[in-house]
Design a protein around this ligand. Structure first.
Ligand code: ADP
Ligand code: ZN
Length: 345
């Protein structure tokens, strides 16, 4: 890759000071949760001048109209006007919801995203998708809107629980599988604590920026980012409704194994590529121990908002480092892939 060594990460205090002095906002409001307040806020607290705080509970359960009401309510209470700045300090949940609230408050005020989880740094914070969940539907109410700035500092990852780091790493692996065979080869055999997060976060952000700039509304190319996600999302939802929630990346890792198996069935990758992918993903993520009802999973996949005319369309790798999209996949192929993952000895 031509930009391989160029970093997109920043030294957060310096970058924030510069951006705030350039923007000169009428007020600054930080949105955080109890974890980011404890672990990340002390780093920025003294460089942003006077500010308001809006604190939410951690976790996806808050990413709905009630959570949004807390944020809009806070901005209103603090009499934030259209020149007020919002700083969102948190993972993907806060980034999606805080960004959505800032982008709709008084028809939109500037916001800076400071993603503090690996998942948010490599994925959620790039591409301008902002949303909240509604009833049982994830990201059901939302908009496309770019932040004033996204500032990524990997120092925040040092306090992140290892399970959350691993979850974010699934998206890094996905980016390699769909676009960068050389980096995929470099990662082989490496375990989590041998990885260089500055290098990997920069790689993922540059790649995702390129794709989302070319296809912001997901009419074509952007769909490659959905590799592993048709089956992965179904596994994630199903595990949640069984009362055994798993992290997004854990589900996506399993989804990538299943969808690689489908790619193999369709002749898009060969046996040894499938084996390489399965072995590496299992070495990082282990094997999900879930009893899932495949018929129910397939039902969930049919409802996926990326499908058309009740057909299941997938993004599948076409050799390691390449991806094709809108590939029609039969329920038999999916069934076999689930058997490959869940019923293999
Ligand atoms: P994601 O980014 O995976 O969508 P969340 O926004 O739900 O996830 O964040 C996952 C969890 O990690 C939450 O409990 C959040 O409060 C916590 N968290 C976020 N950033 C940090 C950090 N830098 N250090 C410790 N915990 C953090
Ligand atoms: Zn994802």
């Amino acid at each position: 890759m031509e930009l391989k060594d160029q970093s997109v990460t920043v030294q957060i205090t310096k970058a924030l000071k510069e951006r705030i002095s350039k923007l000169s906002p009428s007020s600054t409001t930080v949105i955080l949760d109890s974890n980011t307040k404890r672990y990340c806020y002390p780093t920025i607290q003294h460089v942003i001048g006077d500010h308001n705080l809006i604190e939410l509970s951690p976790g996806e359960a808050v990413k709905n109209l009630e959570g949004a009401t807390i944020i809009w309510g806070g901005l209103t209470k603090y009499q934030v006007d259209r020149k007020g700045l919002v700083i969102v300090l948190g993972g993907g949940v806060l980034g999606d919801m805080g960004g959505f609230c800032a982008a709709t408050y008084k028809r939109g005020i500037p916001f800076i995203l400071i993603p503090t989880t690996l998942l948010a740094q490599v994925d959620a914070s790039t591409g301008g998708k902002l949303a909240i969940d509604f009833e049982h539907f994830k990201n059901h109410i939302g908009i496309f809107q770019e932040p004033y700035e996204t500032l990524i500092d990997t120092q925040f990852l040092s306090t992140l629980p290892e399970r959350e780091v691993r979850s974010g790493y699934a998206e890094v692996i996905k980016h390699c599988l769909i676009s960068d065979k050389n980096l995929w080869i470099e990662l082989q055999g490496k375990v989590l604590n041998q990885l260089n997060w500055d290098q990997l976060v920069s790689h993922s952000v540059r790649f995702k920026k390129r794709i989302t700039t070319e296809d912001p509304r997901e009419s074509g190319l952007r769909k490659i980012l959905n590799f592993g996600h048709t089956i992965g999302h179904a596994i994630e939802s199903s595990a949640l409704s069984q009362g055994n929630p798993i992290l997004h990346g854990e589900a996506i890792a399993a989804g990538m194994i299943c969808e690689s198996f489908i790619a193999k069935q369709k002749g898009l990758i060969n046996e040894s590529e499938l084996k390489e992918i399965t072995t590496y993903l299992h070495s990082i993520f282990g094997h999900l121990q879930l009893q899932l009802d495949t018929t129910n999973l397939i039902e969930l996949m049919i409802q996926d908002k990326k499908n058309q005319n009740q057909k299941i369309l997938m993004s599948l790798i076409n050799g390691i480092g390449h991806c094709v999209w809108d590939v029609e996949t039969s329920t038999e192929e999916i069934q076999k892939a689930m058997d490959y993952y869940f019923n293999r000895v």
